[in-house]
Design a binder for this molecule. Sequence first.
Ligand SMILES: Nc1ncnc2c1ncn2[C@@H]1O[C@H](COP(=O)(O)OP(=O)(O)OP(=O)(O)O)[C@@H](O)[C@H]1O
Length: 929
Amino acid sequence: MADPSETDWAEEMAVRSTLRGLLAILHYSYPTAVFLYYMASSAVAICTLQTRSSDHSHPRRRFILWSLMLVILTYFAQLLALAIQATVRNVFPLADQDTVIGLMSCALAFGVVFTGLSGAPNPVWHPYIGSFGLALLFEPVIGVLAFLVRPVESHNFTDVFDVVALAVRYLAVVLAVAFYFEGRYTVRQRDKGTDAERQSLLKPNGNGHAGHHDSDSEDQGDGNRQQNGYGATSDSSSDSNQSSDADDENPYERRQRQASEQMEKRLREKGNWFTYAKSFQLFFPYIWPVKRRGLQLRIVLVGCCLLAMNFINVLIPRQLGIIMDSLSGVNGKNPWNEVLIFAGLKLVASEAGLSLLRQWLWIPVEYYSFGAISTAAYSHVLNLSSDFHDSKSSSDIMMAISCGQSISNILESICFRAVPMLIDMTVAFAYLSATFGPYEGFITVATASVFMFIATHMIAKLKGARKNEVGAWYKEHYVRQAGIQGWSTVTSFNQVGHEEDRYSAAVQDRVAKTQKVYFGYVLAYAFQFLVLLSGLLAGAFLAVYQVTNGDATPGDFIMLLTYWAQLVAPLNFFASLGKSISKDLLQAEQLLEIMQTKPSIVSKENAPPLQLAGGEVRFDGVYFSYDKKKDILKDINFTAKPGTTVAFVGATGAGKSTILKLLDRFYDVTRGSITIDNQDIRDVDLYSLRAQIGVVPQAPILFDDTIMNNVRYAKLTATDEEVYEACKAACIHEQILGFTDGYQTRVGERGVKLSGGELQRVAIARAILKQPSIVLLDEATSAVDTETEQKIQGALRTLCEGRTTFVVAHRLSTIVNADRIIVITGGEIVEQGSHDELIGAGGRYAELWSKQIFVKPKDKRPDDDDSKPSRKKAKAPTIVNDLSAEATSSELAKVKSAPSTTCSGQTKNTDKDANTKPGPTTSGHGKEV
Ligand SMILES: Nc1ncnc2c1ncn2[C@@H]1O[C@H](COP(=O)(O)OP(=O)(O)OP(=O)(O)O)[C@@H](O)[C@H]1O
């Protein structure tokens, strides 16, 4: 029969052993729980935009940080006590492995929490309070268990020290929690009665804390810079709030700022990152080749390749270890075979193996996606309306279209790089822990954490220097561009030396700033290397210790070294992942904004085509405003009978060209209607409307192509003969034949190689070729000399014959024969009638006419409406010559007999009211008579 004391002892041992197992589990699970909880809740806080709504700084944040620091110090103190004791007693390891790992992991986990809190002046608190809660829960349990598992008689100084450390730590956590609630209460009290609670959930801008100066106020100023809610996104958004910066920002910065503001706005609208990310669904059909089974299969195979690579990444270091062991005779394997296997594995992993296969599979998918996005974006932009094109610079639009690549970059970064590398790191952690024990696993995690911390912080610190460098780079570019573009000015003013000095200074400035950034990166890499080296050293020492104790083989040691070398690439990648994703996201944002813009001018659903029956055009009470604030056109009423010519005259900026744009439906009227043969132009098919209208614009734009192709653009199916005929009608045929390459002469970008007159005649030829039913001439002959103009008038007569024509002209001699002349002032019709009627009326038109006949530039009054500078003024004297001598004297006679005008140009109705005269309308509302 067993001795009862022995049974008790055996039972006690069994209980202790169970408790010991439980304690070991808690040692590992406690820091893991803190770390995972902190990371997961922080991620959720970011994704649900809570980081952006936390606009109160906590008045006790600094005390909480100190408490947290104390918590971490207690772990280090315990570790130090263990190390000292082990050294004194010469017992290694003194404590159980899980105890030491537990202490080190807790120091690391709370170190991460501490870093997070110290870098966020206005944090979302639940990741921190939750971590404290876990500490309050786990610490006493672990403390009690640690006490119970050891027999009372074996308790020593270390246990006493542990109890003290535990008590201090517990107190520090309790204090941190108390500080938190006390601070919250203080803030509530302070805000009571203020409208703080009614403020927007989202911070208005980075300076939104001005009212909360307290113990943390110095952090706040800094914090506005550091509030990096999510990678560089917030960085740039905070930049955007610095209006002083906005003044001297370069185009790159401006684009980044605008995209960032757009992202911020959309994020607010969407509510969180998840729904925000969903708006990118729009791009899905371009990224995932929906109808291309072959490409889909390739994507699946790429995934398989990546998994295979993960596997090979473990096998290679392992195989090296096996070779080493076979060489030293530990495993009895044939080293020749093992080396062959190693070579095979290296081949599979090399650029000539799986990597080649992956690229071969991936390249068609990548280019499909890039091509599909670019084509869709280009097509979308071309289908957008004038209001969009007016509001965006063409360079911004082109940049945005070329950003299609960034969308596939994001996906590629996440799916094909981040995920496999994460798998690599997890496998490394598990494999090293399994081979060398949990210490090695801890060293891997600790090294990776410190590495990431240093890398991200140093990259963030370089942001300012990088910004300066980009600014200097743009400045250099501008100085160079200005010097080259303005070469003739530079040379004629003898300023070559000055430009050289300016450029040299800009280059030096840029070089100095680049060096600073470059050195910053070199320094960051040096620190990262030191961290990796320390980790490797710690890991190597541990491995050597185990090899010498016979717990591992020399092959394992070699495996460890090789594995470490392989981990550098994933670590570097993860360190820059946030930055590269936020950069790609900002670029994608620019494209997303465009793709989400809907054209404002579209055909109604099932709109019928325009049925032309002569081409009667009617403006009925038309109002129009570009910005929906200021009316540019007011109550415009007139009817153009089929086949007649209507001319618009008036001061520059009066709204003449706008009337033509409304007719071509570049914009829709704000009020009223425009009808063609009694069909509202908004109700007919847009394509059919524009097909009937031929435009010769003020500044025609030609493509950088041959003259033949430029003219043919109006009708792509036109034969060469038709093009020649059109050019003959536009009086440009002979001139084209005189060019070196005739019709095959390239006109240069926007037609720069042609003179203004040639350009306009090519544009007229193009309109003639189109054979439109309605013709819009917007100062179509403004750039030609009088002789050429007289020739073109013939061409225009051909173009306009039998067609309803609208002409905008400053040179009144060109429209004297128009059926109706409409005088526009300040967006309103002030007069309309034929030339003779308007002269007879002696109103605004007569005044303009008399000026063009008599007045030399020096006679012009300063308050003249016709104050258009440069070209038109300079040409004024020649205008007199537009008319023959006889015509001039007859016009003189007409004007002299008309009523005199006041200084302000108003008709003096001394004898009778102008409206009572037969002929033109002079009412302000321009109602037709
Ligand atoms: N895209 C636009 N967006 C906003 N405002 C515009 C736009 N285009 C023209 N405007 C404004 O509308 C007014 C009328 O312009 P419009 O070009 O119709 O004048 P205009 O009488 O044809 O002048 P000009 O004889 O100089 O060509 C001007 O004040 C001009 O600044």
